[in-house]
Ligand binder design. Structure first.
Ligand code: MN
Ligand code: MN
Length: 363
C-alpha cells in the first residue's frame, strides 16, 4: 500500500468510515498509481477497513493490474450493469457499510443514487478536505515529476518566444507551442495555453484569438504541461521589440513583487503573509487596484489545489508544499503583465520548478 493510500486509511479510521469511494480519475491515479480516463465508464477505488479493490471497465482491467498498487481488480463488461457487480462484490465481504466517505463536489447524483443502493449506507461524509490535506505535502517522487513538468514548460516558453513575428496571431502561437509539445511526448497541457498580445493581456483571463502581433508590445505566455500525471504552470511577459519606459516600469514593479515573495518563502509563515509581501510592493508603486487576484495557488496532480495564497489566509507554509507566485498588473484594454513561477518549499526557502529568465526579455 503506497503512502498516500496509507494516509487515506488513517483518515478513514479517524472519521469512523466503513467505506471510501473515489471515482475522480486524477485521484484514482493519485491513490492507486493507475492513471486513466474512463470517460463515462465507472473507474473507482473502494477502500474499506480490511479490504480494498479497484473497479474498472474490463477493457482497462489488464492495465490496472499492471500499473496499480491494488491487488484486487474487479471489472465489468460494457453489456453488464456495473452497479450490480459492485453490489455483489461488496456483499461478498460481509462487512456492513454504515458510514461512507465520498467527494461531494465530484460525485454525480446518478452515481450517488446507485452507490447508496449498492452499499446500503446510512450516511455519507464529504472527504474533500481530508484529501486536500493528504495532497498538500508532496513527496520527493512527486516533486521530481513536477520538476520534469517544469522543464517542459520552460521548453514550451522557448518555443513560443521563437515563434513570435509581426503578423502572427495569438492562436497560431498557441498551436505552435502545443504541436511542438505533442512531438516531445506531452499529450496534455495543464490548462488552455494562453498567449496574449499587448492590450489583450489587460484581462487576467483573456482568450487567445485572431489578434495579430505588432512591434513594441508585450506578449504574455501562461502555460503548463501534464507530465507523468503532474502539472506545471508558468507565466512570462516578454517585449516584442523595444517597449516604452512606462511598460518597462510596470514590468519592474511586477518583477520585484514576484522576486520578493519568492525569496520570502519559508516554512512557518502564513500564505497570507506572502500575498501581503507581493501586494504591498505593487500598492506602493501605485498599482494596487490593478493587481486583481490572489498571489498564488497550490498545484500538483491538478493545477489548482491547496494552499491558496490570498489576502488574510492563515494557512501555514510547510516543507514539501508546492504553489505558484504570480503577481500581475492589468490595466484594461491597455496592458497586462504577469510573472509566475511555481515553487516547492524546502527546509529554509523554496526552489522554482521553472527556470526561464525573469528579467525583461526583448525579442
Ligand atoms: Mn497559476
Ligand atoms: Mn498560470
Amino acid at each position: 500500500m503506497n503512502q498516500s493510500l496509507q494516509k487515506l486509511k488513517t483518515k478513514m479510521t479517524e472519521h469512523e468510515l466503513d467505506l471510501i469511494y473515489i471515482d475522480e480519475p486524477n485521484l484514482v491515479g493519485y491513490f492507486t498509481g493507475f492513471e486513466s480516463n474512463p470517460h463515462e465508464r465507472v473507474l473507482a477505488l473502494f477502500l474499506m477497513n480490511n479490504n480494498i479493490f479497484l473497479f474498472t471497465p474490463s477493457l482497462e482491467a489488464k492495465d490496472a493490474e499492471t500499473h496499480s498498487s491494488i491487488e484486487t481488480i474487479v471489472s465489468y463488461k460494457d453489456e453488464e450493469n456495473p452497479w450490480t457487480i459492485i453490489e455483489s462484490h461488496l456483499s461478498s465481504y460481509d462487512q456492513p457499510i454504515k458510514r461512507m466517505g465520498i467527494i461531494e463536489n465530484n460525485l454525480t447524483v446518478e452515481r450517488y443514487n446507485h452507490l447508496m443502493h449498492s452499499t446500503n449506507a446510512q450516511e455519507t461524509m464529504d472527504i474533500s478536505s481530508a484529501i486536500q490535506d493528504i495532497q498538500l505535502i508532496k513527496s520527493t517522487d512527486e516533486i521530481n515529476k513536477m520538476k520534469y513538468a517544469g522543464e517542459m514548460a520552460d521548453k514550451a516558453l522557448e518555443i513560443g518566444m521563437n515563434a513570435l513575428k509581426v503578423g502572427i496571431s495569438e492562436q497560431e502561437v498557441v498551436a505552435e507551442i502545443e504541436y511542438e509539445m505533442k512531438k516531445r511526448g506531452i499529450s496534455e497541457m495543464s490548462f488552455q495555453t494562453m498567449v496574449l498580445f499587448g492590450d489583450h493581456a489587460g484581462s487576467p483571463h483573456g482568450n487567445p484569438g485572431e489578434r495579430t502581433l505588432k512591434e513594441h508590445e508585450f506578449v504574455l505566455f501562461d502555460l503548463g504541461v501534464v507530465a507523468e500525471g503532474y502539472t506545471s504552470d508558468v507565466t512570462r511577459t516578454v517585449a516584442f521589440k523595444s517597449v516604452s519606459q512606462e511598460q518597462k516600469d510596470i514590468y519592474e514593479v511586477v518583477l520585484s513583487a514576484q522576486k520578493a515573495a519568492q525569496s520570502a518563502v519559508k516554512p512557518g509563515m502564513t500564505t497570507g503573509a506572502l500575498d501581503e509581501i507581493a501586494r504591498s510592493i505593487i500598492e506602493e508603486a501605485g498599482y494596487g487596484d490593478f493587481f486583481t487576484h490572489r498571489l498564488g495557488h497550490g498545484l500538483g496532480k491538478t493545477v489548482h489545489e491547496y494552499p491558496s495564497l490570498s489576502k488574510g489566509s492563515t494557512m501555514v507554509v510547510e516543507e514539501g508544499m508546492c504553489f505558484s507566485l504570480e503577481p500581475g498588473i492589468y490595466i484594461e484594454n491597455q496592458i497586462g503583465v504577469r510573472i509566475e513561477d511555481c515553487v516547492y518549499v524546502t527546509a529554509d526557502g523554496c526552489i522554482p520548478f521553472t527556470r526561464t529568465n525573469k528579467n525583461l526579455i526583448t525579442l
